[in-house]
Design a protein around this ligand. Structure first.
Ligand SMILES: [Zn+2]
Length: 155
């Protein structure tokens, strides 16, 4: 699979990532899919709802979760996913992936990213080091559930 994304769309992801640094940004990619490519049509930046989801599920009390702040975790608000699905239906587009940023970390998926990934989506990650974008890579799960780098083609 190749992810086709244009310069404006990439800039919009970078902009969101720099804006919320040092927290993780996240968002939704709407687009089209054929056999070999996913083409981004719209980038939808969303809030990072990690804290809300933490309190909803009441897991903030455990020691293990103390370091799971918005600097290292993201949750796309369910209502935003719902709205993106609706918009996708209206425009005959699909959700083709979810992007997020890694503040001061490489653009490589974490084990947490792996645990929550679905094999039909692309997972672009933008690495933001000291407030500046340093790298942008996209990832997809292979048939063994291992993240593989996905080719990005600037369309
Ligand atoms: Zn991540």
């Amino acid at each position: 699979m190749t992810l086709i994304i244009n310069a404006t769309q990439i800039q919009s992801i970078y902009h969101h990532a720099k804006n919320v640094y040092p927290e993780e940004c996240c968002g939704i990619l709407l687009g089209t899919i054929d056999k070999l490519t996913k083409t981004v049509v719209e980038v939808i930046p969303t809030d990072n709802a990690w804290e809300q989801s933490e309190s909803v599920f009441g897991v903030a009390s455990s020691l293990e979760n103390l370091d799971r702040t918005k600097a290292s975790r993201y949750t796309i608000p369910p209502q935003d996913i719902f709205q993106a699905q609706k918009r996708g239906r209206d425009l005959q587009l699909n959700i083709i992936g979810f992007f997020h940023s890694h503040p001061d970390c490489p653009a490589i998926p974490s084990s947490c990213d792996r645990d929550r990934a679905w094999d039909i989506y692309s997972y672009p990650i933008v690495s933001v080091i000291q407030g500046k974008v340093s790298n942008f890579q996209s990832w997809v799960l292979d048939c063994n559930g291992i993240f593989r780098e996905e080719e990005i083609h600037q369309g």
